[in-house]
Design a protein around this ligand. Sequence first.
Ligand code: SF4
Length: 363
Amino acid sequence: MNETLIEIKNLEVRFPVRSRGVLRRQTRYLRAVDDVSFDIRKGETVGLVGESGSGKTTVGRAILRAIDPTGGQVIFHTPQGDIDVSHLEGEDLRRFRRTMNLVFKAGPVELSRLSGESLRLFRPRMSLVFQDPYSSLNPRMTVRDIIAEPLVASGMMRNRDDVDARVRDMAARCKLNLEHLRRFPHAFSGGQRQRICIARALVSQPDFVVCDESVSALDVSIQAEIVNLLKDLQEEMGVAFLFIAHDLSVVAQMSHRVAVMYVGRFVEYAPTESLFFQPRHPYTHALLTAIPQADPDADFHPIRLTGEIPNPLAAPEGCRFHTRCPHAQDRCKADIPAWREIADAHFVACHFAEEFDFSRPRA
Ligand code: SF4
């Protein structure tokens, strides 16, 4: 799991903001993601946490090229040609070969530069599980057709028997009853629908999947089932996950490393244990103290952050957290804290991280 799969360097996503009225002139930009750098290893789960509006989903979608980054690089390190091309023919095969030249012979692929057909052919290597298992399934398609869609839409498989075999295999791995493949989504509960979403996301055997708040809409017991299923599938298939969530306790169960985001920037990124027991950023510390405790006698003193998360259109100068940070000093209002490695594989953006001791007792 030490081999890097995706490198994200100085990723930036800006959205134009237009004035009201007839002319709708572009007046300024909303910086949804600003100078974000990190890497994801093969077969690893990286958790991404932060309050609503911090830019977590935008990071996931920019990596998948569901939205176009406006700056920085997303570099996908690929193994040599393991896409099933046995049923490609004619123009599709020629296009695929051109893509293979681009994708594999040139070594790492800069995803942020792929476009058109090359991007379409590359898409099966990456996938997405959405938050809402109700609205993310087409009610007019059978479960079989929903799961088969990535294979058919990408042109990865054309032979119906092959598609059926792959769909049945994936459904079984996701613990779906094979007789249910002929049914429509309305017949299923939230947990079963999320299993269908996961089967659809993994049927093309991608290297990388973004799980965007994938368990947030589910009951706690179903959440645990889905988290265990994702972990089992990761072990079987070696897929890497970017697991986006606002529930830190779920992220801790699922992730090997965790990144914390605040108003479009990463503030801390570290191995899960290091981040949970030795956080170095005041924002991470505040989030951790707010995790509810199952034991009613446990020491529970959440740090109350005053004020709202700032509007990214008017993000504070200097450290973006200074308007709510209990440790802010004058320097924090003017200077942007550097993103630096403070301990082994533990990155933080705070001027005074060395001075804080937020260590937490291990259970
Ligand atoms: Fe707080 Fe200053 Fe550190 Fe930002 S740089 S987290 S405001 S102490």
